[in-house]
Ligand binder design. Sequence first.
Ligand SMILES: [Zn+2]
Length: 497
Amino acid sequence: MLVETLKHTAGDAPYSTFGTVLQIAKLIGARRATRLFLVVLLFSSVAQGQERYRVPWDKVANETIEHFQALLRIDTTNPPGNETLVAEHLKKILEREGIPAKLLALEPRRANLVARIRGNGSKRPILVMGHTDVVGVQRERWTVDPFGAVRKNGYIYGRGSADDKDNVVAGLMLMLLLKRHNVKLDRDVIFLAEAGEESFAAAGLKYVIERHWNEIDAEFAVAEGGGGSLRDGKAHYVRVGTTEKVGRGARLIARGTAGHGSIPRPDNAVVRLANAVAKLAAWTPPMRLNETTRTYFERLATISHPDAAARYKGIFDAGKRPEIERHFAQHELRHNSMIRTSINPTMLKAGFRSNVVPSEAEAYLDIRALPDEEMENFIERMREVIGDPNVEIKPASWREAARPSRLDTEMFRALEEAQKRVYPEAITLPYMLTGATDMTPLRARGVQAYGIGPLSEEGEYRDSGGAHGDDERILERALHDFVRLQWYAVLDVAASR
Ligand SMILES: [Zn+2]
């Protein structure tokens, strides 16, 4: 059923075109005919584009499930990771089909796998990435074995099924299909199965970038951070991650005089801290859009119910904006975070005895900055908001920032085209993640990196079942569509015309 029957295979159109051109050549002369032939050849191959390769999607689907289940059954809970088990498993599969692959390991148990199919070098490579580690589970909260890869009601259950062994298996299938169909490539296609993403481990992407950059240096990358939404089984939108917020945490340290709990003091550090936290919570940092979020809201408006659409359009209107911002802050929390640098107190530390006023109290603020935020200015603003010289702000666990990936690249357009093929009823939304992935270090090195992934039924993971959740699972059908979408997009940017 999924096999796409093709009107033309690779050779047909050019050959039949060739016959016609010979006839024309007699009429208009050989040189002009050659030019005409080249033009016709170009157009016919563009038109055929990705349909040149007859992929038996039914068989591919079965094979995808087999590989996917095998990956889910390898426990790569991080910590400790043990990603080498997956890396070696993948290496065997790839090498069996003649695709050279190697392990890159800082720590023997935490290997990354990299494989490459070479193109003619006329364009720079594309990197297809997935991470092999998974977060831990609370087994007693699962209804199935989290490492059993159980198939149930159209789903596959397992830790890593949505994050991120779906991207790993899609990358694997892409490599196998490129090789089997002997696809002629303008650019190398590189597959990286990276370790340690969930903890930004030194042995993961960081190590590969620092020590083996030439193995993954690419113009484009695709990896986790995308997805999309199905409504009653029909695709609503496909999300492509083009940028993400940057972790810029801070500690608030309030100081005062220590003393006896029986005597209230005006310089109590706990009170100072509580006031500072409350003032920051009451402050709304300014809203700012970038290319991604602007396009996101514009496009989202076109597929939303009238009320919501009015909000997404109104966000561009200074007069309507304050009310919409208030609505976001109450009801659309993710959108609220997408339009500004956000501050979230997550930890408090103060005191050691119930009858002692401590001299210090501390709060941790999880600050997620817009990619272009000037943090020195931002912290200065925070200082003004707090308005208390006895409360110090100390930057903590700052991550690298990177410019968003652009929407006018060959790769983004290819992803939009692939979406139209696989989900003609949907649209593509460029998206800014509020969390962090390993895309940012790639973007910081000039790679145009895009987050893609399988779609999920709207609202189905509200209670559980999504990435990092109990009963993590994925719709089998969505996984197969994702394999196809990635295949079309990569062919579009990498296959020779
Ligand atoms: Zn992930």
